[in-house]
Design a protein around this ligand. Structure first.
Ligand SMILES: C[S@@+](CC[C@H](N)C(=O)[O-])C[C@H]1O[C@@H](n2cnc3c(N)ncnc32)[C@H](O)[C@@H]1O
Length: 341
């Protein structure tokens, strides 16, 4: 069956992303209510830091949670100051007989507990002490399910990216945190003179290797299993971070982008492919993805401006940004050219 994707019209995959990420809407409301953040916001004129101070929560996670409530239309924000939208006041301000606190208690589930702990304590709590990546390494069921889920979501995006015109005729792709290998596979299928290195956690790299072997690409892809923060990166004409940077804080992203800048050829490209936060922040799906990062990886979604700044700090200059779907964008960066003669 043909898979369609495009920036112009929402595809089936875009709608599925919306449904999948809407899993955070109710936990966000229930947690904000449980932590009395909504009461603090209802009292008016509070910043995210004030609300976090009032509730004893992690300031950054609190800001991300409030941002989703703004995108859902429950809260408003002007100049960094939040208020509860009047229509919700009888139900969410934490008092009165129409208050929804009991409804949230009835709906409370594991996801709510995980988000509550992540917002209260800071740091992702969804996969316990070993975290998502420890789980992916140690638990076969989780690894296989995570890899297949990412593969399904990434396939239309990988096809779209492989079709783009910033690839040279021949070259070597360095696919960082390449998951199932779907981006390497689609690029190499379409571009017979390209080769790739897939850098992944060892167990994930082995799994991707099986798929690449089935696709007849084993000879053209080198598997590099290990920690991307520790391994030596090979030279490449293109370095791809698809759905990777949003899993990490700014310091970690800075390290990864400096490694990319060292690995990429003078005329090469560094591609950051991610779901961007919009400006102004009004699409709940994007803001829900940011909430999911709070609970699941400890990373953060970013705006184009924020990713451009991270790239700039690694001496990489954004030359274009191209949507691969309604939600995902490829940001293309190149090495800054020296202006001296
Ligand atoms: C959200 S997935 C993205 C997978 C793929 N790039 C895609 O877009 O379909 C992030 C990937 O980063 C990998 N990863 C996490 N920590 C890593 C590390 N320290 N070194 C190498 N890969 C890592 C994970 O195993 C996971 O496959």
């Amino acid at each position: 069956m043909e898979i369609t994707s495009g920036a112009d019209a929402r595809s089936g995959a875009d709608l599925l992303n919306e449904v999948q990420l809407s899993q955070w809407y109710l936990p966000a409301l229930a947690v904000a209510h449980r932590l009395n953040l909504l009461r603090a916001v209802a009292d008016g004129n509070v910043t995210a830091d004030d609300a976090a101070h009032h509730a004893g929560t992690d300031p950054q996670a609190t800001a991300v949670l409030l941002q989703l409530l703004v995108a859902l239309g429950v809260c408003g924000r002007e100049g960094g100051v939040y208020h509860l939208v009047d229509a919700f006041r009888p139900y969410l301000a934490g008092d009165g007989e129409a208050d929804w606190g009991s409804m949230f208690k009835l709906a409370w589930d594991q996801r709510c507990t995980v988000l509550l702990d992540s917002v209260r304590l800071g740091g992702p709590k969804a996969f316990g002490a070993r975290g998502l990546w420890g789980g992916v390494r140690e638990v076969e069921w989780l690894r296989n399910t995570f890899s297949a889920a990412m593969h399904a979501r990434s396939l239309p995006l990988a096809r779209r990216l492989a079709e783009a015109d910033y690839w040279e005729d021949a070259g070597h792709l360095l696919d960082i945190g390449g998951g199932s290998g779907v981006f390497s596979r689609e690029l190499l299928r379409r571009r017979p003179h390209w080769t790739a290195t897939l850098l992944e956690l060892p167990e994930m790299a082995a799994r991707a290797g099986e798929d690449l072997h089935r696709a007849g690409l084993a000879e053209r892809v080198t598997l590099l299993g290990g920690d991307m923060f520790e391994l030596a990166w090979p030279a490449a004409n293109a370095v791809l971070f698809s759905d990777v940077l949003h899993n990490w804080d700014d310091t970690a992203c800075g390290r990864l982008l400096r490694l990319a800048a060292e690995a990429v050829a003078e005329e090469g490209v560094v591609l950051v492919h991610d779901m961007l936060l919009d400006e102004p922040l009004n699409e709940p799906t994007r803001s829900a993805n940011a909430v999911s990062m709070v609970a699941v990886t400890g990373g953060r979604q970013r705006t184009l401006k924020e990713i451009t700044a991270l790239l700039g700090a690694a001496d990489l200059v954004v030359t274009e940004s191209c949507p691969t779907s309604h939600y995902f964008t490829a940001i293309v960066a190149r090495k800054r050219r020296s202006t001296s003669p």
